[in-house]
Design a protein around this ligand. Structure first.
Ligand SMILES: NC(=O)c1ccc[n+]([C@@H]2O[C@H](COP(=O)([O-])OP(=O)(O)OC[C@H]3O[C@@H](n4cnc5c(N)ncnc54)[C@H](OP(=O)(O)O)[C@@H]3O)[C@@H](O)[C@H]2O)c1
Length: 276
């Protein structure tokens, strides 16, 4: 059995859908990963072979003013899951982020590039990566720019704003790979099925700026919204973000044969599904 922790979140719900009958999902109403006792209780009771951690404190700006909560959930929570899974001989699969990098490399990041988070969220997620090692049988999957049917995300925000405005300003100087949670779930399952360990990068293929992504969303949805440009400095959010943090997914493809589709075709598939 595969236990998905954070199963009510955006990725967790699609992860459960992709796993199907072999999955059991729990969220904060059944387990609080900030408590070792709560985490051990659920893992000992359910005795999974694999634990996939999709639980996190994901409010990047909120983390700046709630650093303690960020470290408790994203850092210590992973230590608890690692210890609990190790105790029963289960593998821990942990989902992490491109925000462990500073975005200054200028080309796609590979798995063993040096980390240097710019904000509290990235620091707490990096702590989680390190804490995953409490279970030697662990797999870390870094991803980025997620969207899916079951959570707040950029695509849904753009579609909502399209109903309110004719013109929007969207940042041009942050580059990444928009990634559909369904495609990511298949990538994680491919890694699990082929028994991979260590760190992997997984994101939809290709890259764009948030501005280009917004334009693509409106084009694919047939919405006549004008998209103006702005810089990250002009947006002035509490948390600093990496400017160029695309992830090289070559290791995933080499070791599993699985390649995530290009981000634009994933967006099309998502919008089709959303409209059915
Ligand atoms: N979203 C992105 O763009 C993005 C990008 C890169 C990486 N990631 C990573 O991908 C993973 C999934 O992200 P997501 O966007 O699907 O997150 P999400 O929608 O925020 O889901 C996270 C889930 O974890 C639960 N949770 C929070 N604190 C918990 C606790 N103490 N114990 C147990 N469960 C708890 C949340 O419950 P509540 O909602 O009740 O708090 C929620 O159901 C995370 O590891 C995230 O860091 C996300």
């Amino acid at each position: 059995m595969i236990l998905v922790v954070g199963a009510n979140g955006m990725l967790g719900r699609d992860m459960m859908g992709v796993i199907g009958g072999a999955g059991r999902g729990v969220d904060v109403d059944e387990v609080d990963i900030t408590s070792l006792e709560s985490t051990e209780r659920i893992v000992r009771t359910l005795k999974p072979e694999i634990v996939i951690n999709c639980a996190a404190y994901t409010d990047v700006d909120g983390c700046e003013s709630n650093a303690e909560t960020a470290m408790q959930v994203n850092g210590e929570g992973v230590a608890h899951l690692a210890m609990a899974s190790r105790e029963i001989g289960a593998r821990l699969v942990h989902v992490s982020t491109d925000y462990v990098f500073d975005g200054g490399k200028g080309s796609p990041y590979v798995e063993d590039d040096a980390t240097r988070p710019l904000g509290v969220y990235g620091e707490s997620k990096l702590a989680g990566e390190l804490n995953a090692a409490f279970n030697p049988d662990h797999l870390i999957v870094r991803t980025q720019w997620l969207y899916g049917l079951h959570g707040k995300n950029f695509v849904e925000t753009m579609l909502r704003l399209a109903g309110e405005k004719d013109e929007l300003a969207v940042v041009t100087d942050q580059i990444g790979s928009p990634t559909w949670t369904v495609d990511l779930s298949h990538a994680i399952l491919a890694l699990v099925k082929t028994g991979q360990r260590g760190v992997y990068h997984a994101a939809n293929a290709g890259f764009c700026s948030w501005n280009e992504f917004a334009r693509a969303i409106f084009e694919e949805a047939g919405l006549p919204v004008k998209v103006a440009g702005m810089t990250t400095d002009e947006l002035n959010r509490p948390a600093r973000r990496p400017l160029y943090s695309t992830l090289d997914c070559g290791k995933l493809e080499k070791d599993t044969g699985f390649r995530l589709q290009p981000w634009r075709s994933a967006l099309k598939a998502y919008l089709r599904l959303r409209n059915t």
